[in-house]
Ligand binder design. Sequence first.
Ligand SMILES: [Fe+2]
Ligand SMILES: [Fe+2]
Length: 218
Amino acid sequence: MEALKAEEFLNELLSCREAFWEKMNAERKSYGAEKPLSPAIVLRRLQFGVVMERKAAEVTARWVGQIPDLDLQQPMSEYVVNELKHTSILRKRIAELNGDPDALWNQPLKELKELWDYHASLESLCELIASVQFGHEEFFPRTSKSFIARVESIDPQTASVYRDTLLADEAGHEWIAPEILRRYATDAKTQNKCLEALKRGCELFGKAIQSFNQSLPA
Ligand SMILES: [Fe+2]
Ligand SMILES: [Fe+2]
């Protein structure tokens, strides 16, 4: 198989991701992802965020030293710093709410662990980027918007953490993943592996989200 041109390859990844989003978003209501929030659910959601932010930083950090071009290496190292900063912000908010910041970190749901073990097992920077930053991290602003809308009336401080910090930073690093894939995933073998990683990552992410929602207090 011949390698796709960069834009064709990115379009292929994009259509896989969006097809998955359509499917997952249609299912979300069925397992209660949009139900009204209670303080206990808000706390759990913040604890879930701690795992997602910290793991995104950890699985990415090991590849930063291998990014050939400084104009991508530097922003990617800042990405790692940002995700760890978000972890700290979420942990602080949980402590303010008298919760355990590391409840899910110390005892992750099986499906959540599977998701991050998979990312940690990937064998190239491009596969990781396709699966995490180009893949399910793109869903974060979408699911956060509905969370912010629902949390605003019961916990405006938490709504502000999401809206003014986490989401604001997210917008600043969205350009990096497509640029890395455009520049480094140029042969057919790597492109195929990236597509596989994106699909598997989305699948595991969907399972983790479902398991998380089903674990929420009634
Ligand atoms: Fe983040
Ligand atoms: Fe992020």
